[in-house]
Design a binder for this molecule. Structure first.
Ligand code: BT5
Length: 264
């Protein structure tokens, strides 16, 4: 079913997100959003795809985005902050989705830095990308993919993915859910702009079951680093305590996470 943008606007209650571009079919909403001329685009523009034919995950992975069943969208932002605060935008994207899902009675788990899980199965993934010019951020695109009304998944995703409909046992109205997410996003973005990063991090930590767990991080060179998750920094980095009690930070940039290991 086609998403009704009027219905989304009717349920929304914030002044920040007012512009939408909807396409029945797109390659990737992130690709489109990154190509928008940042001098012309308004901050807070949301680009939505009914389906994505080349939906992207991190590290050039694919994101399965079937027609009319999920929410596949990207929010364009123009933050006046340093580059090292960009990862926080992924975190506020996840918090906004988490809260909206909580409001329909489903408690999910945040997995650093970009996943929302239910019983260890992925419900939502987030991909933030940016364009810059010199040492200035031109635009950041926060791309959010949520499995809403699918009742089945392709063979390769079956064991690791789920949808809100499968969890709840009934269809979810995507318009209301998106409106709620964007209201929360707008709130969190205000907090981000005010520099009150601890508020974001504290909420994240309270919803992250990985805290105090022992995990293994795999670096791009194949090196494995074991440690206990002790904190998230106010730049969105994961902080591990290593066996020698020293602390090491990992950047929430291009990382991928397996069940209890993280690959850089
Ligand atoms: C992500 O990457 O989780 C980021 C996904 C971001 C998708 C949104 S949709 C709107 C916007 N436009 C885009 O083109 N992208 C963004 P990553 O952590 O790398 O996870 C990717 C992996 O998740 C894949 O390799 C699959 O194993 C799995 N996967 C693919 N599609 C899935 C789905 N619909 N549900 C659950 N898992 C999926």
């Amino acid at each position: 079913m086609k998403l009704d943008i009027r219905g989304v606007k009717e349920h929304m209650n914030n002044d920040f997100i007012t512009n939408f571009q909807y396409f029945d079919s797109v390659t990737s909403t992130n690709e489109l959003a990154l190509n928008v001329d940042s001098d012309k685009a308004l901050e807070g523009l949301v680009i939505i795809g009914g389906e994505q034919t080349k939906g992207r995950g991190r590290l050039q992975r694919n994101w399965h985005s079937p027609k009319g069943l999920g929410l596949w969208f990207s929010i364009i932002l123009k933050p006046k902050k340093d580059f090292d605060r960009i990862p926080l935008l992924t975190l506020i994207g996840a918090l906004s989705v988490h809260k909206a899902i909580e409001n329909i009675g489903i408690n999910t788990d945040l997995k650093w830095p970009n996943d929302i899980l239910y019983n260890n199965k992925k419900v939502c993934g987030i991909l933030s990308q940016f364009r810059s010019s010199g040492n200035k951020i031109k635009q950041v695109v926060v791309g959010i993919g949520i499995n809403v009304n699918q009742n089945k998944f392709p063979e390769d995703l079956k064991g690791t993915s789920t949808s809100l409909r499968i969890i709840k046992g009934s269809e979810i109205k995507r318009e209301n859910l998106l409106a709620d997410i964007l209201d929360h996003f707008s709130n969190y973005y205000q907090i981000y702009k005010s520099g009150n990063y601890n508020q974001i991090i504290d909420r994240w930590k309270s919803k992250m079951s990985m805290l105090n767990q022992k995990i293994t991080v795999k670096t791009s060179t194949g090196k494995k680093i074991k440690g206990k998750v002790v904190d998230i920094s106010n730049k969105g980095q994961l902080i591990l305590e290593l066996p020698d009690n020293s602390h090491r930070k990992f950047i929430a940039g291009d990382v991928s996470i397996d069940k209890n290991s993280i690959t850089f």
